[in-house]
Design a protein around this ligand. Structure first.
Ligand code: C2O
Ligand code: CU
Ligand code: CU
Length: 574
């Protein structure tokens, strides 16, 4: 651990001694437990965790005191989730990178109040890749993530299964959640902070991993609130990127450096064959960063742009260790070669686009303090009540992102995986030619991507797009879009032989249900969280029933008749 001199002075000598010791000691890398199957339960909880031995830090975690279990899911699986919020605070859980309906996406509108349980269920449509989940409550995303809630979500599919790749979790296939945090003198995590001077992998400081002398797969996630990493191996050895955010690449890409910004994932293979007994380090070579990246010596594109609290910090602009590999004998039946090719990547042709939307990033203020004052997308701060973009279902769109601010921003969009068309007019590097959901846009740069908005629409629940630097996101560098299907005004399933009408719809706190028969019915009104708003079981007089005092929003009314016929109607209460 590094502490700034300012902080160290406040600590008694004995603490300093302990800290110095922990620089030398290596701690075994924590490997999160796994959850798999069709029913996944997550409990969000407060806890304490000893990042430093003997020192308790207040944390938040899922099914434990810090981070959360790794979810192992298969493409095509229908999965029911139960997310139990045992925090004292409202929160949400977002499945970052997954293509799911807006009401299942866990964005800032899908709030889980304290003690409530959220029950989304959906089919995994995504390609094999490394996704993740994290809280997304507006203005509190940084707090809940930095305090510890984040987990990996690994999707497997038949294309991936057909390739000779390491895939034994915790043996030759490892999750690496790389984060930096700022601890105060009492070992509490400071949020927000521009003084994140402690690096950790899977919530482990100074981590060491015993890894077999063969080809090993690592699933990298930059789960930091702001810092960008420039990963490489201490011995200069090449490694191979096999997947970007949302899928495998066409072929492994040999690299010695991999830039990974907050929110981004990458799967890499490292060939440790014949290296039994050696020790090598995964490092971030931040000394190589140009100006204008959080993590460089100078975070703004010009030295005059200062960021409060950024200095001094031994991580800024220097090369530092992220993880120590201690190489051990190979396992039985190891993978010993890097595949020549992976999957067929089919980018969306530019000619398919129906529209180009332009998004411009600007600082709220223009002076030398601009890095501290927040950022805007198309001149507007995020507003929960404003839908910024309305996208017709099945549109194929080009989004053109221009960064007119003095720092790089990792732009992320929900719902879709996109393909980068170009960076300042040039084809992106090979490792950015696959499926992506985050792209780092440098100062003065224009990035264009293409995506198709298919499968899911919802008139009222939006999806988000935002900067994945959580300080910027919480500060309003976010917008929202709805995908609408104008042909659908109500949802009906198993339509009964009966005539059932619901009116008025949209309504103003009161609706009447008219049935053509006078028999017992059961009805349930649920909100978008899946929570029951009302349930009713009786014989309505004249087949007519009026429900009053309904809460505002979108409600789903399901009616079951005595014969077991069912219908669901979407009711909008304004
Ligand atoms: Cu990883 Cu909108 O978030
Ligand atoms: Cu996301
Ligand atoms: Cu940003």
């Amino acid at each position: 651990m590094y502490m700034t001199i300012k902080k160290a002075i406040l600590l008694p000598t004995i603490m300093i001694t302990l800290i110095v010791t922990s620089v030398i000691a290596q701690n075994p890398l924590m490997i999160p437990d796994t959850l798999t199957g069709n029913s996944i339960s997550l409990t969000l909880q407060n806890g304490t965790h000893q990042f430093y031995s003997g020192q308790n830090t207040t944390t938040m975690g899922a099914n434990g005191s810090v981070l959360g279990p790794t979810l192992l899911l298969n493409q095509g699986d229908f999965v029911s989730f139960s997310v139990n919020n045992q925090l004292a605070d409202s929160t949400t859980i977002h499945w970052h990178g997954l293509h799911v309906a807006p009401e299942n996406d866990g964005g800032p509108h899908t709030v889980i109040p304290p003690s409530a349980i959220w029950n989304p269920s959906f089919t995994i449509l995504d390609k094999a890749a490394t996704y993740w989940y994290h809280p997304h409550l507006h203005s509190k995303t940084n707090l809940h993530v930095s305090k510890g809630i984040a987990g990996m979500l690994l999707v497997r599919d038949s294309d991936e299964a057909a390739i000779l790749l390491p895939r034994k979790y915790g043996i030759d296939d490892f999750p690496l959640i790389i984060q930096t945090k700022d601890f105060d003198g009492a070992y509490e995590i400071v949020v927000p902070s521009n003084s994140d001077d402690v690096v950790m992998v899977n919530a482990t400081l100074d981590p060491e991993l015993h890894t077999p002398a063969q080809v090993v797969r690592f699933r990298l996630l930059n789960g930091s609130s702001q810092r960008v990493f420039n990963l490489g191996l201490g011995n200069g050895q090449q490694f191979y990127q096999i997947a970007s955010d949302g899928g495998l690449l066409a072929a492994p890409i040999a690299l010695t450096r991999l830039l990974i910004a907050p929110g981004e994932r990458a799967e890499i293979l490292i060939d440790f064959t014949g290296m039994n007994g050696q020790t090598i380090f995964l490092k971030s070579f931040a000394s190589e960063f140009p100006n204008g990246i959080y993590g460089a010596t100078i975070p703004g594109m010009a030295a005059m742009l200062t960021l409060t609290g950024y200095d001094p910090n031994p991580l800024n602009g220097s090369d530092y260790d992220v993880l120590q590999f201690t190489i051990e004998p190979a396992t039985s039946s190891p993978v010993t070669s890097i595949p020549a090719s992976l999957v067929t990547v089919t980018p969306i042709p530019e000619a398919n686009a129906n529209i180009t939307r332009t998004l411009t990033f600007t600082p709220v203020t223009m002076g030398p303090g601009q890095l501290n004052d927040g950022f805007l997308i198309n001149s507007a701060p995020f507003d929960m009540a404003v839908i910024n973009e309305t996208i017709p279902l099945n549109n194929t769109e080009i989004w053109e992102l221009t960064n007119q601010s003095g720092i790089s921003h990792p732009f992320h969009i929900h719902d879709v995986q996109f393909y980068i068309l170009d960076r300042d007019g040039s084809t992106p590097p090979a490792n950015e030619q696959g499926r992506k959901d985050v792209v780092l846009v440098k100062p003065q740069e224009t990035v264009r991507f293409i995506a198709k908005f298919e499968d899911f629409s919802n008139d009222t629940v939006p999806y988000m797009y935002h900067c994945h630097m959580l300080v910027h996101e919480d500060g309003g560098m976010m917008g929202q879009f709805v995908v609408f299907d104008s042909t659908v005004t109500e949802i009906e399933t198993n339509i009964s032989s009966h005539e059932i009408s619901v009116f008025p719809n949209p309504s103003n706190s009161e609706i009447t249900i008219q049935l053509d028969v006078n028999e017992p019915i059961r009805l349930e009104l649920v909100n978008l969280l899946g929570e029951k708003v009302l349930s009713y079981e009786s014989v309505p007089s004249n087949g007519q029933l009026t429900l009053t005092s309904l809460p505002e929003g979108v409600l789903f009314l399901s009616i079951t008749t005595a014969e077991g016929n069912r219908t669901t109607k979407k009711v909008i209460v304004r």
